[in-house]
Design a protein around this ligand. Structure first.
Ligand SMILES: [Zn+2]
Length: 239
């Protein structure tokens, strides 16, 4: 039984490795997904700036045509002034012209604001473009590293699986089935040492009889609380 305990511990060591490998393999797609997400938000920042640039250009275009039509208006008023009969009519048109000129001047101020905004947006766009390029490089490299890591872990998994099967073949079938049930159930360890009278799987104090039986190692001894198989490590043995 001492021997089969040592074999179980060897199997468990390999099962723990396999568990870590499987977990890593399982998590890689999510890590790649998170990287894609980072790239998408860098793209979104750039798209957002481009959207504001388009709005700005559209508003500038509208202002220009509005200013253009106001200038036409002034020309019409000036032509009318040539035909008026009275000074009052002439003055009224002069008044209209200066109102339109004032309006033009307001629109031109707004146009200057928009041009300044456009310059700022251009600078923001350059910066966001550079940042996106950097992000794309970094993310591409990280995804490639994850792909390489996946291949590596897959290889390790295959290799350790084969070693595990070799070790497991030395354990009798019922003992192995018992071990496997506990390992799958507990998800961490099926075989644990007793230290200072305590099961290190569940940290409960076991009975002196359990300690004695585990130390004698004539049969498999399970913890009364968590069901894990128990052994007494060499440096904890009392004789
Ligand atoms: Zn326990």
């Amino acid at each position: 039984m001492k021997e089969s305990m040592a074999q179980l511990l060897a199997v468990q060591q390999l099962d723990r490795k396999l568990m870590r490998f499987r977990r890593e393999i399982r998590d890689i797609p999510a890590r790649k997904e998170a990287l894609d997400q980072e790239k998408a938000s860098a793209e979104e920042r750039l798209n957002d700036i481009e959207q504001r640039q388009r709005q700005n250009a559209a508003e500038q275009g509208n202002l220009e045509s509005e200013i253009e039509s106001l200038r036409e208006q002034i020309k019409r008023y000036k032509r009318q002034q040539l035909d008026v009969k009275t000074n009052d009519e002439y003055r009224a048109l002069t008044h209209e012209i200066s109102a339109v000129e004032q309006k033009i001047s307001q629109l031109e101020d707004r146009e200057i604001e928009l041009m300044e905004t456009a310059e700022r947006l251009n600078a923001e766009h350059r910066e966001a473009r550079e940042r996106l390029d950097d992000e794309e490089d970094r993310i591409g490299a990280e995804k490639e590293a994850l792909d390489r890591r996946l291949e590596e872990v897959q290889r390790d998994l295959d290799e350790v699986s084969a070693r595990r099967e070799e070790k497991a073949a030395k354990v009798d079938k019922r003992t192995l089935a018992h071990y496997k049930r506990i390992f799958d159930n507990r998800g961490d360890y099926a075989v644990v040492p007793i230290e200072n009278g305590v099961c290190t799987g569940c940290h409960m104090k076991v009975t002196p009889q359990t300690v004695h039986d585990a130390q004698a190692a004539q049969k498999l001894v399970a913890c009364n609380y968590c069901g894990r198989l128990l052994y007494v490590p060499a440096d904890h043995r009392t004789s």
